[in-house]
Design a binder for this molecule. Sequence first.
Ligand code: GLC
Ligand code: GLC
Length: 858
Amino acid sequence: MKFGHFDDANREYVIDTPKTPYPWINYLGSQEYFALISNTGGGYSFFRDAKMRRLLRYRYNNIPTDIGGRYTFINDGGDVWTPTWLPVKADLDHYECRHGMGYSIITGERNGLKVSTTYLVALGETAELQKITFTNTSGKPKDIKAFPYVEFCLWNAEDDQTNYQRNLSLAEVEVERDGKLEVTGRPLAADGNRDSTRPTYTEISDPDAGKFTGAAIYHKTEYRERRDHYAVFAVNVPTEGFDTDRDSFVGLYNYLGEAQVPREGHCHNSIASGWYPIGAHEIHLTLAPGESKEVVVVLGYIENPDAEKWADDTHQIINKKRAHELLGKFSTPEKFDNALAALKVYWTDLLSKYKVKSTDEKLDRMVNIWNQYQCMVTFNMSRSASYFETGIGRGMGFRDSNQDLLGFVHLVPERARERIIDIASTQFPDGSAYHQYQPLTKRGNHNLGSGFNDDPMWLVAGVAGYIKETGDWGILKEPVPFDNAPGSEQPLMEHLKRSFDFVVSHLGPHGLPLIGRADWNDCLNLNCFSSTPGESFQTTENQAGGVAESTFIGAQFVLYGKDYAELCDHLGNHDEANRARGAVEKMRENMLLHGWDGNWFLRAYDYYGEPVGTHNDKEGQIWIEPQGFAVMAGIGVDSTDPTSQAYQDSPAGKALASVDKYLNTPHGMVLQYPAYTTYQIKLGEVSTYPPGYKENGGIFCHNNPWVTIAETVVGNGKKAFDLYKQITPAYREDISEVHRLEPYVYAQMIAGKEAPKHGEAKNSWLTGTAAWNFVTVSQYLLGIRPDYDGLIVDPQIGPEVPDFEVTRVCRGATYHIKVHNSGQPGARATLTVDGKPIEGRLVPYATPGSTVEVTATL
Ligand code: GLC
Ligand code: GLC
């Protein structure tokens, strides 16, 4: 069952009911100002940091789930409704939501009035804009009232929800209309009714007032003290009224959908003084039959330098110069349309770096549009703000951000470079790392600290991915501090050496890496032994002196250790390269000697040195992470012909066959099997989830691509493509009632085979799956993979995608690659470059500006 459809020509997903199985959201903004918006107008926005600079309030665990956002209440001759359906929930005659690249368009129509709102964050601006188009589709003239509405958050989103004793006395606003300023509300009248008469304006001299012709509400809570920022919520047309106090607009005992002002038909002109500040405007429109009128709404974030903080500091009137500039830029619908057009050009340009044309439209739309789009979002957000991540918890992950880079680097390499430097600056001198850092301060997060022993090698992965894409070897010489300490700067290459050495110097009794608090799997906490409710499994190390080891980090070290060695060679440091290769080789041996159970790789050794993930275990016999990663790293790969006996006898062949047998399902591969049915104090958080969810036997999509890539490594393109399709949203669109989340983006988890809700997804958007499945499909299935000295062309996608073409822009040159694919197991491409056959599968990089024609036949 579907709830909409893809519109590939417009790069949009079109939702045709507000009652999707869960709110289906989009992200606006790609650099500093971000907004989340659901198909019913819900969501919130923030400047850079979802916790520290929240503009709009959002209530978690709400009933219903998704109330709070940007809404326009309509009063059409007494009939009150919202074109986003929520919050009023009046039936709509027509509804449509189009989520596009950085914009959304939501249209609702009722009783001959069509209201269509386009939402976007303009490029380079710290503001979200709406253009609302009101169309009279009835045969009669209409007089309508519209009330655009938002609720402000008092900046720190966590404090905002908890610290009422302070916060409810803080709110301050200013209102500006017709060149006049209102900053003090009229005190309550004797009858206790604030609204018996509309307050008169308090005119206070503001040299800048009157420059703006519409109406603007300024949210300036805490500006009087240490903040240098405020928010502005404005409309570009004259208004008949406003409200800034929530209870005046909604009514103390009403749900938002029952808000009293839209029903009464006029605002109270309330000035918030403490309590809950909102922004609401009252607009009157007269529409002849068939006539349309447009209104532009701006929600902006403004920062003022200290010296320019006030227009009048005696009366604490904020300086609005920058706000007026912003509002001036979007004072007409035409200016809004230009911003939308610029956004579309921006995305056309970004998405032109990798394009495929095949016979499979689902494949094409994921590769050309949605997967790359999601990679941008995960790069921007890390795991901070979604409908499952509150934005008040996590900062940027060291591990996560390095992986997110891999799917993003081709889009905006300069930003990937900046990110690498930020991440590396939080590394400790011994090569370990803060597990997370705060995006606003870029400082490591002390609460969580370090000790996740896979973190160091992810930095190597990120840097290697960046250099392969860009050829920017200079980054390795860039001076980067440790733990952000001034004076501690060393070239980035030294950071990589410390990452590498951290693993080498933290090996356990089997020569495999010590796991620390956890490896990639945050929930495998082998040193924790927690019996205290509520204690964090990630930060509590209840037992020191254990020898728990990780085969995942072992495989990761083999894979990225080879990259480290290649980087050393490129810098001419062959001794170090050889030392590194020696350590990698030793690890490879130890993985096969001590990390192998007979038919698959072990998962770990526990605190006591006992193996985890063996055929002797009753639960958690086989785990996915080391199988995919080890084969990706080439461990146990004795043959790349999946039909051969040699392959079937090889560790890689056995491991992948075991994955297929025990872990695979039609909805993706589960993380381990059988799931734990009881709490295992030796293993930690992994066994806290009911069987089939999250790390306990859920389909944790992030690691599925590792197995998919592994299948391409052994020449099994057909199997690889089957695995890819199982978790890829466009292929799951038809079962949206089961999957429940957005059919255009990956989710972190799909309930596993032991869960009652097998196939149901959770945690959409912010997942490493986005980057990893883009790497998988673009570099391994379609097979176009940047390497240090050239573009590898090595497709492995099986017979279902016979012929296809890829356009890849890399290092300034454009490669047109035509693939003729037999899809035979084990087949590998032979290439021609500009008509001439070449040896091998590496197309040397061409000079920037040139175009290269490649054919690949297999
Ligand atoms: C989450 C975390 C990620 C971790 C994964 C597995 O996605 O963000 O860092 O690797 O869970 O536990
Ligand atoms: C990962 C896991 C989650 C765990 C968290 C701890 O995101 O998916 O289950 O609670 O890490 O940080």
